[in-house]
Design a protein around this ligand. Structure first.
Ligand code: NAP
Length: 322
């Protein structure tokens, strides 16, 4: 199986809708009716487009993304059984106590989950993700809090984000249940996950931002890879790239050529490139633009040929393969 999350969540869609843009922005304005209506429209559009998996984090738009989403669930409780909810905790944004920092202590995880459930108007999350590795984390404490959350029925599965295989393996060794996913930056722009594999033995290998072997570790251990920033913020699919580097401009052109060749959308080509990797990467797509969401959802119908997959990678890389 090259879509590992299905062993835990058999109904999970191939793609995930990223909710970071919901809630009316990173400001102190309260969540408005317009924000709730926007969330409602996008949730329904995602479902109509075959996406039933929604990615949150407690910090997104200072909690307002979850609040807007939770208001939709409150207004239409029947939606809850049709969706899979994932949220994250562990980042503390700048506040009176200090600048941005991480906190994977048992107390912070526990209170974060309580707050997430309240904002989302739900009794449980299908997946709780640890948002970033915390240098001060203690795996015994994490194992204990996971056990309690599981026993209370508040979380069904646990996962991580932005971690390497050493951190995952270490944490896993303390847990009763496996970590089922890892969410990382992966896209035609952030292609270190591919570079890592092709640069073995060369000095250039030290320049990739990926921990060597993470792809293979994830596949061997059936850890679902989820990509954030999957659309590269639209750089290849319509956003003005005239001030960007030549590889970015050329990749955008190539994406548009392939979109017409495959009779699909540029967004679908960008995502199909990620999904064409045999690790079964699950793209998290963060657009709040309905047309871009529909265009993105077309990716499940595009299977890039090997030659086209390589041509996109080589163009994005901006230099020949070794
Ligand atoms: N685990 C982590 O650390 C982490 C970090 C960041 C994000 N995430 C997750 O990943 C999701 C996606 O991340 P992301 O939003 O950074 O990346 P993304 O999906 O690559 O890009 C979405 C952003 O790009 C804009 N965009 C897309 N196409 C565009 C175009 N043609 N023209 C202009 N703007 C365009 C969107 O604006 P519109 O809304 O106007 O379309 C939106 O702001 C988030 O929602 C969140 O769930 C996770």
């Amino acid at each position: 199986m090259n879509f590992p999350i299905q062993s835990y969540l058999p109904d999970a869609s191939r793609m995930i809708y990223g909710c970071m843009g919901l809630g009316g922005g990173w400001n102190s304005n309260p969540v408005s009716n317009d924000d709730i209506q926007q969330a409602e429209k996008l949730i329904h559009l995602a479902l109509e487009s075959g996406i039933n998996f929604f990615d949150h984090a407690d910090i997104y738009t200072f909690g307002k993304a979850e609040t807007a989403f939770g208001s939709v669930l409150k207004n239409t409780p029947s939606l809850r059984d049709r969706i899979i909810l994932q949220s994250k905790c562990g980042i503390k944004l700048e506040d009176a106590n200090g600048p941005q920092r991480y906190d994977l202590s048992a107390a912070w995880i526990t209170s974060s989950v309580e707050d997430i459930l309240k904002r989302l108007n739900t009794d449980y999350l299908e997946v709780l993700m640890l948002h970033r590795p915390d240098p001060l984390m203690e795996p015994e404490a994490i194992a204990d809090v996971f056990y309690k959350l599981l026993a209370a029925g508040k979380v069904k599965h646990f996962a991580v984000s932005n971690m390497n295989q050493h951190q995952i393996q270490y944490l896993d060794s303390f847990l009763d249940q496996p970590l089922i996913a890892n969410q990382l930056p992966m896209s035609l722009k952030e292609h270190d996950f591919v570079d890592d594999g092709i640069l073995v033995g060369s000095k250039e290998s030290s320049t990739t931002g990926f921990t060597p072997g993470l792809m293979e570790y994830s596949r061997l251990n059936k850890i679902q890879l989820q990509s954030w920033g999957s659309l590269a913020q639209g750089l290849f699919s319509g956003r003005d790239s005239s001030n960007e580097s030549l590889p970015i401009q050329e990749t955008a052109q190539r994406v548009h050529q392939l979109a017409s060749e495959y009779q699909s959308s540029p967004e679908a080509i960008v995502l199909a490139w990620l999904m064409g990797h045999p690790a079964g990467i699950q793209p998290v797509v963060g657009t709040t633009h309905p047309d871009r969401l529909k265009a993105s959802a077309q990716a499940v119908d595009v299977q890039l040929s090997r030659d086209h997959w390589y041509s996109l990678y080589q163009t994005a890389r901006g230099k020949d393969l070794p």
